[in-house]
Design a protein around this ligand. Structure first.
Ligand code: KIV
Ligand code: ZN
Length: 525
């Protein structure tokens, strides 16, 4: 592969993706996601916007310490204090990138920044030059690029490159462009910025008109060599270009797009699941590449064709994105060794012995209740154990009894371990789940808004495990809890408690003004 053919994949799931309303991820979740991204071959991971919160600062810092291959990156406005925060959070990494941006469109300059052309040019000069003091790897973005006057845009890009930017990113911030126009913009930049050969051109496309992937790929044919994208396409408003679609389009239509990304596509499905779990955003069934139905062939004609030759209806194999055929895996007589092998087959190579032990215990219980245990069941069990492994649970479910059905009001009886105290209550509610959540609120008084309650069957059949996701909000904090169980109501109680335990951790972190580096940067403003 020559440098000409290489397309850098810049993932912004944990920065732009996290800007989706309600998609917040905890530091621990971001660290787990970053490990998958690192293994997957993502070139640059934009881990956050460090100045915006201690949580973002901490996440960028923790991620930058752990990456083996990917380059960590932080976002900064054209302000010294933002760039300082980036440096302080990234400095532990061998190599890192600072990404600084300013708006260049007339509408943003007038109404958002209240700055003239010359003031914006001065800010670019100052910010890129300042970022360059900390690292050779500086990316500069002209926010709202696709609504920017082309001559002015060329001036800003030339200046950013002269000041040391090695990547220049052209965002379609409001998802306004169409493929032909976006390609023309890139061609214009290539033909009119005299020093453009000193930088990589990047595309950052939003999906407001459903054209993010199409625009980014059109940019590619015109000279873009870095694409900014997110797993599952999450991001501001309608989201960003979906990483999995970009990568698989390049791989599948390599005859027309003869470029290489270096992504291990077999890890795409795993990345999609981990991001969906952390954000609580389900993946739509018909979502390209990672949707549940993306490789399902329902109609008789299609099934017949597939049996004769897969190529009749399949342009890429499910295995190429890490989707394995659902297989009947194990039964109640399977031992710990076979279970461990299965986990490694499913991609869980880094889990601790404690997690394996915990998941194996749950597997044995499940095998007594459920005749057929599938790969998906095992994945749900391990994910559930990983949740427990990563959190110090202050509040735990000891027992639950639910009275549901017609006639009487639904009632739950619950025992919880609350910071070591065993407490009991019984509550009625508008349905069993309401009664359960009321019990939790009674036993540990708190006031949060429930913004999501969602149930998914892990496999088919009435004995399937249910994965329940619960999202709660308190002031500016959001947490997502999850749990899986064959009893949907038990999973509901555990998922709520998981979200609540995470909220307690977040509260504690906020009250401990322990984030010294972050404080230092803030105070130095
Ligand atoms: O959409 C956008 O313009 C951005 C920039 C910060 C790159 O996210
Ligand atoms: Zn964006």
């Amino acid at each position: 592969m020559t440098e000409q053919d290489k397309v850098y994949i810049f993932d912004t799931t944990m920065r732009d993706g996290e800007q989706s309303p309600g998609a917040s991820m905890s530091v621990e979740e971001k660290i787990q996601i970053s490990r998958v991204f690192d293994d997957m071959g993502i070139d640059i991971i934009e881990a956050g916007f460090p100045i915006t919160s201690p949580g973002d600062f901490e996440a960028v810092s923790a991620i930058s310490k752990g990456l083996k291959n990917s380059i960590p990156c932080g976002l900064a406005r054209a302000k010294k204090k933002d760039i300082d925060a980036c440096y302080e959070s990234l400095k532990h990494a061998k190599r890192f990138r600072i990404h600084t941006f300013i708006s260049t469109s007339p509408v943003h300059m007038k109404h958002k920044l209240d700055m003239t052309d010359n003031q914006v040019l001065d800010a670019i000069k100052e910010s890129v030059t300042y970022a360059k003091k900390f690292t050779d790897d500086v990316e500069w973005s002209c926010e709202d690029g696709t609504r920017t006057n082309l001559d002015f845009m060329c001036k800003t890009i030339e200046l950013a490159i002269n000041c040391g930017a090695t990547t220049v990113n052209i965002p379609d911030t409001v998802g306004y462009s169409i493929p032909e126009e976006f390609a023309k913009t890139i061609t214009h930049i290539k033909n009119n910025v005299p020093n453009i050969d000193k930088a990589i051109i990047s595309a950052h496309c939003h999906n407001d008109l459903g054209l993010a992937v199409a625009n980014a790929l059109a940019g590619l044919s015109a000279g873009v060599r870095q694409i900014e994208c997110t797993i599952n396409g999450i991001g501001e408003r309608a989201g960003n270009a979906a990483l999995e679609e970009i990568v698989m389009a390049i791989k599948t239509r390599n005859d027309l797009m003869p470029y290489e990304t270096g992504i291990k596509t077999e890890l795409i499905s795993k990345a999609s699941k981990i991001v969906s779990n952390a954000t609580g955003f389900p993946v739509q069934f018909n979502k390209a590449i990672v949707g549940k139905n993306a490789f399902a062939h329902e109609s008789g004609i299609h099934q017949d064709g597939m049996l004769k030759n897969r190529e009749t209806y399949e342009i890429m194999s499910p295995e190429s994105v890490g989707v394995k055929k659902t297989s009947l895996v194990m039964g109640k007589h399977s031992g710990r060794h076979a279970f461990k092998d299965k986990l490694s087959d499913l991609g869980y190579t880094n889990v601790t012995d404690d997690v394996i032990q915990e998941a194996f215990g749950k597997f044995k219980v499940l095998a007594d209740k459920k005749k057929h245990i599938y790969d998906e069941d095992i994945v749900a069990l391990v994910d559930d154990s990983l949740i427990v492994d990563n959190k110090i649970n202050a509040i735990n479910l000891k027992s639950l009894k639910v009275f549901a059905g017609t006639g009487e009001p639904q009632k739950a009886e619950m025992t919880l371990d609350v910071f070591g105290d065993i407490k009991k209550t019984s509550q009625t509610g508008d349905g069993p789940v309401d009664a359960i959540f009321k019990c939790i609120k009674e036993l540990y008084k708190h006031d949060v808004k429930l913004s999501l309650y969602q149930v998914h069957a892990v496999t088919e059949g009435t004995d399937a495990q249910a994965t329940v996701s619960v999202k709660i909000e308190e002031n500016d904090r959001t947490t997502v809890g999850q749990s899986a169980d064959t009893d949907t109501l038990v999973a509901s109680a555990k998922a709520y408690l998981n979200a609540l335990n995470k909220m307690l951790i977040k509260r504690e972190k906020k009250s401990l003004s322990e984030n010294i580096e972050y404080q230092k940067v803030k105070e130095g403003v």
